[in-house]
Design a binder for this molecule. Structure first.
Ligand code: FAD
Ligand code: NAD
Length: 395
């Protein structure tokens, strides 16, 4: 009989782990595996707050896919997916169409703007290598522009919308970067303002209150101004309008207000919640035994019936089980149930500072910052072994 065709869309955390695992598990000629990704590199999304602020080089947050997979075992296609056609078992790329027997969707999330006017047009996002290069260059350019028009202090006002983990990690880096930029451009640091604006009654809503307080203090001491319980209502070319009616003038708005699933899932006719598919216990889209969804495109419920937050941690665990279940399907063996094992959360607050919960232990300060580095290096080790840790690890 014909060799089954597996197509994996997206080489993010979920997709690349699925691919690496499949190439280990599958026997010769057991399946044809194709991995499709927009770029020929995988990006380490969990590092992106650093190159966005300019405290690290974007090169350090990406890895060539050819270094991660064995191209004798997996076909890599560099291409942009435009459409998924589940009825025809096809995916349409910009330059070709692929047929599949089994599909894995790991296309990641997209910024959730909640329909807030102007955010799509005027705010920037921390999503990819290209998007963080834009933020980094934009920030430097504001300093250069200020030198020509010293009355325009709005060039030195930086607004970060949303104090979830992405917003908090980014303002931590930005606060570290500002003194360097002030020195480089001969700008008085007293003129620079960083606002982190959060709609919920607290920063990091739902996270441990004691750690949130500690984190906010560390960031405030570095120069971050928080506006909590204050929603952004509109974004304009000149800044933001808050729900209170207050206007903050700024030429830099970075939106970290949340993410949704890839728009192609809705367009393909799947039932979605904020663009994400609630998968069955084996990680498949309901009603489609041959379609697996991993990472930010999927929703997995916790035992209390609430969705787990979309993280790299859950995406990599899903990748392992997804690959296992693809192999099992091909061999007519029973599928494995996916159970998330929470190893904890650690968020960086810039150089040498972090907060986190590991097991039931709260950690903060230098030890948490060290833990954050270990977690990041562990991932590099998982996908690329010691050589990748040495090459891309941030020591
Ligand atoms: P992604 O990693 O988003 O990758 C999607 C891939 O699909 C990309 O390679 C992209 O190029 C490709 N793609 C997208 N569209 C197309 C298309 N149309 N055609 C072809 N290819 C396409 N989580 C943690 O657990 N711990 C952390 O410390 C942590 N830190 C974070 C820090 C930051 C700054 C951010 C932004 C997120 C962080 N997260 C963290 C969350 C984590 O990064 C995401 O949950 C994770 O990246 C989701 O993985 P994924 O597999 O769904 O897809
Ligand atoms: P998020 O959804 O977790 O946070 C978005 C924040 O923006 C929320 O606090 C929300 O209340 C706020 N917001 C929404 N609308 C607003 C408005 N109009 N005005 C002001 N504030 C508004 O999104 P995220 O921070 O990008 O995180 C996405 C996922 O990635 C999460 O699951 C998170 O856990 C994960 N992540 C983890 C880490 C880490 O573990 N170190 C780091 C970054 C992201």
């Amino acid at each position: 009989s014909r060799i089954p065709r597996i197509v994996i869309l997206g080489a993010g955390y979920g997709g690349i782990v699925t691919a690496i695992r499949l190439q280990k598990e599958l026997n010769y000629n057991e399946a044809d595996v194709t991995l499709v990704n927009k770029h020929d590199y995988h990006y380490i999304t969990t590092h992106l707050h650093m190159p966005a602020a300019g405290t690290d080089n974007p090169e350090n947050a990406r890895v060539d896919i050819s270094k991660l997979i064995d191209e004798f075992k997996i076909d890599f296609v560099k291409g942009t997916v435009l459409q998924i056609k589940p009825q025809e078992r096809k995916v349409v790329l910009e330059e070709s169409t692929l047929s599949y027997d089994y599909l894995v969707v790991g296309l990641g999330g997209e910024p959730e703007t909640f329909g807030i006017p102007g955010l799509r047009e005027y705010a920037m996002n921390i999503r990819s290598i290209n998007s963080v290069r834009l933020i980094r260059e934009h920030i430097e350019y504001q300093f250069a522009k200020f030198k020509r028009e010293p009355s325009r202090t709005d060039y030195l006002t930086f607004i970060v919308g949303g104090a979830g983990f992405t917003g908090i990690e980014f303002v931590g880096e930005l606060a570290d970067r500002i003194p360097e930029l002030c020195k480089e451009f001969d700008v008085d640091p007293g003129l620079v303002k960083i606002y982190n604006i959060e709609a919920a009654p607290s920063a990091l809503p739902g996270f441990d209150p004691e750690l949130v307080e500690y984190g906010m203090k560390v960031l405030a001491d570095k120069g971050v101004t928080f506006k909590i319980a204050t929603a952004i209502k509109e974004c304009t070319p000149d800044g933001v309008v808050l729900a209170t009616g207050e206007v903050i003038k700024s030429s830099t708005v970075v939106w970290t207000g949340g993410i949704r699933g890839n728009h192609m899932l809705e367009e393909a006719g799947f039932e979605t919640m904020r663009g994400r598919i609630k998968v069955d216990e084996h990680l498949r889209a309901p009603g489609h035994d041959n379609i697996y969804i991993v990472g930010d495109c999927s929703i997995v419920m916790n035992p209390e019936g609430r969705p787990y937050p979309p993280t790299a941690q859950i995406a990599t665990q899903q990748g392992e089980v997804c690959a296992n279940n693809l192999v099992a399907s091909i061999r007519n063996a029973p599928l494995k149930e996916f159970k998330f094992s929470n190893k904890g959360v650690v968020a960086s607050l810039g150089k040498g500072e972090a907060i986190g919960i590991v097991g039931s232990r709260k950690i903060k300060g230098g030890s948490a910052a060290l833990m954050k580095k270990l977690v990041d290096m562990r991932y590099l080790y998982t996908i690329g072994g010691i050589p990748l840790v040495l090459k891309k690890g941030r020591f």
